[in-house]
Design a protein around this ligand. Sequence first.
Ligand code: ZN
Length: 157
Amino acid sequence: MAIRTIRTVGDRVLTKTCRPVEEVNGKINQLIDDMFETMYDANGVGLAAPQVGILKRIVVIDVDGNPYLLINPEILETSGEQTGSEGCLSLPGKSGIVTRPNYVKVRAFDREMKPFELEGTELLARCICHECDHLDGHMYMEKVEGELMDSTYDDEE
Ligand code: ZN
């Protein structure tokens, strides 16, 4: 495993649309391991492949000690609303207020490319939305209400 360099705002890789994963080969397995390690090293709660410079539809999340891997995630359903502080590992030291759905149901594939569904509320729902946005080249700053703030907030995604 290896810690990869996290790309930050200004890097054009963060603005691109990622390609679906077709098979989990050795290289993709390594990437997934590295993404988890990189996220934990940075004390993040989520990381998307473009944040380490790879244009593939892969997301890792760890909310409350529960790790999730989402390959080719597709949001099926959302409901409700939550408004709260959000940050991103690709914009360190900043945060902003973003409104997201309070409930999300997502369909994704696991390491064996078996499909599954995951439901999340609160932080997990926020995180799923934030990471799925990265796969289409979008960042939370596009949705911030008011100004970005300097932050010591450490739930960065
Ligand atoms: Zn992010």
